[in-house]
Design a protein around this ligand. Structure first.
Ligand code: C2O
Ligand code: CU
Ligand code: CU
Length: 985
């Protein structure tokens, strides 16, 4: 705003010749920066907040506001400042009259992206460049004296009462400051705003330049006399600048004497305007028109040829799909069972407005697949074997069946460690949350290309929980999971089933994942590795923004964040709460009422939502408010919709929830024998990348390991350890450990002072919803999180990593090696929970005192247990009957060659041709025979070309010539064998 006064002030300029001075003008300038500094914490700030504060709190802490104005951008050089008025809007106050004074700031300071929550009174963690009590610009530049550098005498003082509203400051000293800023004799560092710092509870809250109400933002009104008449000059990019009359220095279009730049009179150029539709429509518009059309302006002169407008889909058009329950080939769902599950490339419609999308899913039949894959239902103590088949075929190449893939579907950046130069569609399956031996854990190096499979046995000796399976291929996990390779694995036990919890149609797994699309429906993912990737559309169970019709009653949702980078902060749009009953590792001791559930990538929550109170047709949206990256800046990068619930007129599950769920063993820090420390941070890069994300093992202040190959942790089986994650970066890392479930001990903020980690305050124990068994935990910026875990049963290599898959594919994944020292069969502990202890105690899992594991020994052929889930236990004869397939057979376990066999699993010494997948006699072979092949020239592989050693766990096949449905062929020999065996042939 500017007004004109027909007063000539030539005399004030003291000139007798030269250009004639122009008319006095008034310009109102908004703050260029503002912030609050908080005396109690050298790392708190509120740069991007709606408010700033001055005065002393009830706890005795000081707040000071900082304000700066860009005077020389708004007032022509050479002007004479006549008067200056600062206007601030008071929006909250605890006391009456206080003197609030301005002091001239003497050094440069900054405003970052920190944004305190709620009333903003306590500030938030400083972001880069934020001013704090200690820092001029966090984290590297500090004030010469804490609390800010400013001239000792106040420049202006006004009384601020207990009435909210506008207050002004005006003085000759302020005129002098503004004149000095304009002339360049003082840098434009602005003023610091101080209130009563003696009494307590006197803080005044003013509105900041980022306040949503424009009229309440700080304003500096400057009355000045320009050195000569001026006018507005319009540049071709639509920007406006004030130049001297008659505009001879204007390189654009001069708007005439005394014309103004506020409001901007310049014609605005056009640019690409992205309209919010599924076709990703782009058209040339001016910025104003584009906004009017609901579009997103891509910048002046930008072109639709290069604009790459996003596909924007209408939310809540499609019903929520619920993944089918997987059907085993042997045994039954929910019990001991063997599955054949194939990863396949299929076309799946992800939204009504999109053409079908090529995804990678999982299928149990001869063809077909879905993403997420079918849900595996498992029971504690009943082992499940899955033949994970990589049957990825290039569906766009034609043919029936199409050829096995030799390349990935997505572009592969071969730079990240482990991504092979030949960029193929290698996969390996990890059951996330499973307590399983290393050979079946889906080690990231154990990948195999299309045409091969791996058989993994999950003993299911652990607490029931929401597990999930997903690809874990070194260097390309992000791509494989983004393509769709994920699914649920729900482990239950009789106790959990006895609890009154919603089940059947009232228990629904929800896999939440973000995806972006090209207008042809294909998935969009960057060709080159990026440290995070946030897509713009949310899928739940493989549909974009679906809806679910719900009955009036309670539902149990198994929530999974299956995204690569995105965190979700989930709320219900009507403000209703969730009852969280479980975390990653199973049930909590009791339900916890929460309004918001925040899940980082890999985390799960088992939560009840009650729709009983709502009238028919009520619509409730599951919303997300988590910024991306997380925790980030409020509102930035948020995709607000997840899915919608529509309440029908039917009554559902209405029983009361149990008050308690499952008693939990609380691990004790006093029992820990190892304390390990890990620093999460960016470090120097390599030939591929300007930096690398690291998990650095720190011992006694020294980094002892930081790479995947660096083995520095050797937990001993039976030991309890405390792992401390110190996040020295600006974003949250969801840290995941394989093999174990852990418990969060505590969290603590810290700051880095002179390179040292200095904790702030005392460690805080986890809130109740985080106090259960977990396998993934969020470690926030400048936060220390300690977890405690007991390492048990399985010796071997296991990964631990950040579950942001882009970080995991970088260098944020390492491995520990668990080692057995005291044989489990003489440790006096009932390790496998079968009620018997050790060798002397008669535990059938212990064949001798020196057995390394009671539980590992369950994989033996004389333990009375069906370890490989084929429906038969051990060597002795049992009856096997599969009614569904109409065939039956008798006999012991086909994986057991005799009662002393080490393992029931397919094995290179079980006497069985497990991999007879082809009819090629050259390839037929049984076990390892030391290189003596009947009817074939001797070769080092022995009778079975896939057995290089007698004790290999698995005769993995190389499936050259098999087509769709080769799993059935794979099973045929087993079926024939069963048949023959029954008939005694
Ligand atoms: Cu879900 Cu090692 O990962
Ligand atoms: Cu895992
Ligand atoms: Cu990370």
């Amino acid at each position: 705003m500017r007004t004109h006064r027909p007063i000539f002030l030539t005399l004030l300029l003291g000139m007798t010749a030269g250009p004639m001075a122009g008319a006095a003008d008034v310009v109102t300038i908004g703050a260029s920066q503002d912030n609050t500094i908080f005396s109690e914490n050298g790392a708190s700030s509120n740069g991007a907040g709606d408010h700033f504060f001055a005065g002393r709190t009830k706890d005795g802490f000081l707040r000071r506001g900082l304000l700066a104005f860009d005077v020389d951008a708004a007032v022509p050089a050479g002007s004479q400042i006549n008067s200056v008025t600062l206007t601030l809007h008071l929006s909250r106050t605890r006391t009456g009259n206080q003197n609030v004074s301005l002091y001239r700031v003497l050094s440069d300071w900054g405003e970052g992206t920190s944004h305190a929550s709620g009333e903003e009174g306590t500030g938030s963690a400083a972001a880069t460049h934020d001013a704090t009590w200690t820092h001029r610009k966090y984290p590297s530049l500090v004030w010469s004296s804490a609390g800010g550098d400013f001239a000792a005498t106040a420049r202006a003082t006004s009384v601020v009462s207990n009435q909210t509203g506008f207050y002004t400051w005006s003085s000759a000293s302020m005129v002098a400051d503004v004149q000095a800023w304009l002339n360049g004799t003082q840098p434009e560092y602005g003023w610091i705003v101080r209130s009563n710092e003696t009494d307590t509870r006197v803080v005044k809250r003013f509105d900041s330049r980022t306040n949503p109400t424009t009229a309440r933002r700080p304003m500096l009104t400057v009355d000045f006399t320009p050195p000569a008449a001026t006018g507005a000059c319009c540049a071709t990019d639509g920007s406006c600048s004030v130049v001297l009359d008659p505009g001879s220095s204007c390189s654009g279009t001069y708007q005439g004497s005394d014309s103004l730049c506020t409001p901007n009179p310049c014609p605005q150029p056009t640019g690409a305007c992205c309209l919010p539709d599924a076709a990703a429509t782009c058209q040339a518009e001016s910025e104003g028109n584009c906004t009017g059309l609901g579009g997103t302006f891509q910048g002046a002169f930008s072109s639709c040829v290069t604009a790459q407008c996003p596909v924007v889909l209408t939310p809540f058009l499609d019903p929520l799909p619920i993944p089918a329950v997987a059907t085993p080939v042997i045994g039954f769902s929910g019990g001991s069972a063997t599955y054949v599950i194939s990863m396949r490339e299929v076309q799946q419609q992800l939204h009504a407005q999109l053409p079908p999308t090529t995804v990678w899913g999982w299928g149990t039949g001869a063809s077909g697949a879905s993403s997420p894959g079918p849900t595996i239902e498992a029971a504690v103590g009943k082992s499940v074997t899955v033949n994970w088949v990589n049957d990825l075929r290039n569906t766009s190449a034609g043919g029936n069946p199409p050829p096995l893939r030799t390349t990935h579907y997505l572009p592969v950046d071969t730079c990240p460690h482990g991504a092979l130069a030949n960029a193929d569609a290698r996969t390996v399956v990890h059951l996330h949350g499973a307590h399983v031996q290393s050979a079946f854990d889906g080690h990231p190096d154990a990948t195999y290309p299309p045409g091969q499979f791996a058989a993994y046995t999950y003993p299911n000796w652990q607490l029931p929980a929401t597990l999930w399976y997903h690809d874990h291929a070194l260097g390309i996990t992000r791509l494989n999971v983004y393509m769709g390779l994920a699914g649920f694995y729900l482990l239950r036990d009789a106790y959990e089933k006895s609890l009154p919890l919603p089940s059947g149609e009232f228990e629904i797994p929800l896999a939440i994942q973000d995806r972006s699309f090209n207008p042809d429906g294909s998935l969009q993912y960057p060709a080159w590795w990026q440290e995070v990737f946030f897509a713009n559309t949310i899928l739940v169970n493989g549909k974009a923004w679906p809806y679910l019709n719900v009955k009036k009653g309670k539902y149990r949702f198994r929530l999974l964040n299956g995204s690569t980078s995105r965190t979700y902060a989930l709320t219900l749009s009507n403000g209703a709460s969730f009852q969280q009953i479980g975390a990653e590792g199973g049930l909590l001791p009791a339900p916890v009422t929460l309004n918001k559930i925040t899940l980082g990538p890999g985390e799960r929550a088992d939560a009840i939502v009650n729709f009983a109170p709502y009238s028919t047709n009520t619509e409730i949206v599951l919303r997300n408010s988590a910024p991306a990256p997380f925790p980030g800046e409020p509102g930035v990068g948020v995709v607000p919709n997840v899915m919608k619930f529509i309440v029908t007129n039917q009554t559902g599950y209405t029983a009361a929830l149990p008050a308690t769920l499952r008693p939990m063993e609380v691990l004790q820090e006093a029992d820990a024998t190892q304390f390990r420390e890990f620093h999460l941070e960016k470090g120097p890069g390599d030939a591929c990348s300007p930096f690398l994300w690291f998990i650095r093992s720190v011992v006694g202040g020294t980094v002892v390991g930081e790479h995947w190959e660096d083995l520095t942790e050797f937990p001993e089986l039976g030991d309890t350890e405390v792992w401390k994650f110190v996040n020295k970066s600006g974003m949250t890392h969801p840290m995941h450990m394989h093999l174990v479930m852990f418990q969060v001990l505590d969290r603590q903020a810290f700051e880095v002072v002179g390179g040292n980690i200095v904790p702030i305050g005392s460690p805080v124990p986890p809130p109740p919803h985080e106090a259960g068994w977990k396998d993934t935990v969020q470690v926030g910026p400048n936060e220390i999180v300690r977890v405690i875990a007991r390492f048990e049963n399985y010796a071997g290599l296991f990964p631990y990593h950040c579950h942001i898959l882009e970080h995991e594919d970088h260098e944020m994944m390492r491995q520990f090696q668990s080692v057995a020292t005291v044989p489990a069969c003489q440790d006096g502990i009932d390790n496998d929970g079968d009620g018997r202890t050790d060798f002397a105690g008669g535990d059938p899992g212990c064949s001798s005192a020196s057995d390394l594991g009671e539980r590992a020994a369950h994989l033996a052929c004389d333990d009375g247990i069906d370890n490989d889930g084929d429906g038969r236990a051990d060597f002795e004869l049992v009856t096997f009957n599969d009614g569904a397939n109409g065939w039956s057979a008798g006999g012991g376990d086909r994986g057991c060659a005799g009662p002393g066999s080490f393992s029931e699993s397919p094995h290179c010494q079980d006497g069985i041709d497990n991999d007879a997948a082809t009819n090629d006699p050259e390839k037929a072979g049984t076990d390892w025979d030391g290189g003596l092949d009947a009817g074939r020239p001797p070769d080092p592989a022995g009778a079975d070309p896939n057995c290089a050693q007698p004790y290999r766990d698995c005769e993995r096949v190389s499936c050259g010539g098999c087509g769709l449905g080769f799993e059935l062929v794979l099973l045929l020999p087993a079926l024939l064998w069963l048949h023959r065996r029954r008939r005694g042939t």
